[in-house]
Design a protein around this ligand. Structure first.
Ligand SMILES: NC(=O)c1ccc[n+]([C@@H]2O[C@H](COP(=O)([O-])OP(=O)(O)OC[C@H]3O[C@@H](n4cnc5c(N)ncnc54)[C@H](O)[C@@H]3O)[C@@H](O)[C@H]2O)c1
Length: 429
């Protein structure tokens, strides 16, 4: 493993990087990549992005299938990889086999992991997800991809194209919209979709949370390293908190609407408390109204401010009843003509996501959540775009947006320039 915390960069422009990735990987042997049906053969799993969620996802993959071996790991930073490896190898000595020659650091680490593995867990900073998904599909890997799957529309379109390729190749593509794997919510949303609250008239969702972590600048860090270590605060890297965190609520709003996309979003937001320049350019609150052609509306309120009331609730109002959902408390209650309370067995939704992915891989019947993962990501982008510009934004506009937020090349050195969006002045591109 490269020990430097300033990994060498490829120095390639972003689009060139992707093209090169594709070209290089096209030559990989694909024969055995999706041939695990019914067997107990070893499944070589690679972790790309060894942070909090990635380390958790690797544990869940290991627990999901006794044939799983964590086989390669990649991260931008050696210290993140090392601490993840330490935890995983000491807890799962029989299913972690990642010697230093399969520990990769740097912007091109993902290519090396993909080359070594049958399944990859894509859990980096969101900005890289479209590039990593494209390369993994090209390389013939089954994929678990954390949400959000893109920070801009070019990324979303790329993921949709990759999802279609994955389908054609019989590769599984599972998403990190974890609430979709929660027993309590599954049982409740099944009832909503079966008509137990009548026609859905409106949906109200809240994601009211606190501020997150901040990584103090170290003298040896370049501007880009500093920004990437604090990726959360930069819209080009995280998508802003409506796309990175409250996207779970957006996803649940769409779930109640049978995954039909809203026609437009009208949003507002701002940066009221988290104003220090060290917090990059993201907002600290948003309010969005989503509209569907049939008159249904979805309302989302989200904030990340300390010292305030916190909750993560969804309320789905129908013509014959109201569903009250408290995900954090695992509570789902319907009040109305068909009142109901969830009283089933609760589960670890993160584990279920992986249990289902690995069962699909073993069954030979690939699962593909590409359409839903892109749609929920675009719906979250609509909210951000509308709040940033002050304009009403249609789903089509958001999906076709030409705004490319990513830097021209991924290289440590100069940072990216960001500005704080000003509604009415910031242009929709
Ligand atoms: N589904 C959920 O409930 C849930 C929960 C937490 C996080 N997440 C998602 O998981 C992702 C990661 O979040 P996290 O909390 O683990 O963040 P994190 O900062 O702890 O981990 C991200 C890791 O990726 C590495 N990384 C960044 N760019 C990379 C690249 N190009 N190549 C290789 N490694 C790279 C970072 O160095 C870091 O170690 C985010 O998309 C986040 O939204 C989902």
């Amino acid at each position: 493993m490269t020990k430097s915390s300033n990994p060498p960069s490829s120095g390639l422009p972003r689009r060139e990087f992707l093209k090169t990735a594709g070209a290089g990987l096209a030559a990989l042997p694909l024969l055995s990549r999706n041939a695990f049906a019914g067997g107990s053969d070893k499944l070589k799993v690679g972790l790309i992005g060894c942070g909090g969620r990635g380390t958790g996802a690797a544990m869940q993959a290991i627990r999901a299938d006794s044939g799983v071996v964590l086989w390669a790991m990649g991260d931008l930073f050696a210290n993140r990889l090392a601490s993840s490896y330490e935890g995983l190898s000491s807890n799962f000595p029989d299913q972690v086999d990642v010697p230093s020659e399969r520990q990769f650091v740097g912007f091109d680490a993902y290519l090396k992991v993909i080359e070594e593995c049958d399944v990859v867990l894509l859990t980096t900073t969101p900005a890289f997800r479209p590039m990593h998904i494209a390369a993994a599909v090209e390389g013939g890997c089954h994929i678990f991809a954390e949400k959000p799957v893109a920070v801009d529309a070019p990324g979303a379109r790329s993921v949709l194209a990759s999802a279609r390729k994955a389908k054609a190749k019989g590769l599984s593509l599972a998403s990190g919209f974890c609430w979709r794997a929660d027993n309590c919510l599954r049982a409740g949303y099944d009832r909503i979709l079966a008509g137990d609250i009548g026609e859905v008239r409106h949906i109200h969702a809240t994601y009211l949370a606190s501020e997150l972590w901040y990584k103090k600048r170290q003298p040896e860090w370049s501007d880009m390293e500093y920004q990437l270590r604090n990726w959360y605060y930069y819209t080009p890297f995280s998508g802003d908190h409506i796309v990175e965190q409250a996207i779970h609520s957006v996803d649940k709003i769409l779930w109640a609407k049978e995954d039909s996309p809203p026609i437009y979003a009208t949003a507002m937001g701002g940066r009221q408390v988290r104003t220090n320049p060290k917090y990059g350019n993201i907002y600290d609150h948003f309010g969005v109204v989503y509209d569907w052609a049939d008159g249904t509306q979805g309302f989302l309120q989200t904030r990340q401010q300390n010292g305030c009331h916190g909750e993560n609730l969804d309320r789905v109002v129908g013509s014959e009843g109201i569903a009250h959902i408290d995900g954090w408390q695992q509570k789902f209650a319907i009040r109305g003509v068909k009142s109901w309370d969830f009283a089933g067995e609760s589960n670890d939704m993160y584990q279920t996501e992986h249990d289902e992915l690995f069962a699909a891989i073993r069954s030979g019947l690939a699962m593909n959540q590409g359409d839903e993962m892109v749609q929920s990501t675009v719906a979250a982008l609509m909210g951000r775009m509308s709040a940033y510009t002050g304009q009403r934004i249609t789903y089509q506009q958001a999906f076709e947006s030409q705004e490319n937020l990513l830097p021209k090349e991924w290289v440590f050195g100069e940072g990216i320039e960001v500005s704080i969006a000003m509604p009415g002045r910031t242009k929709f591109l």
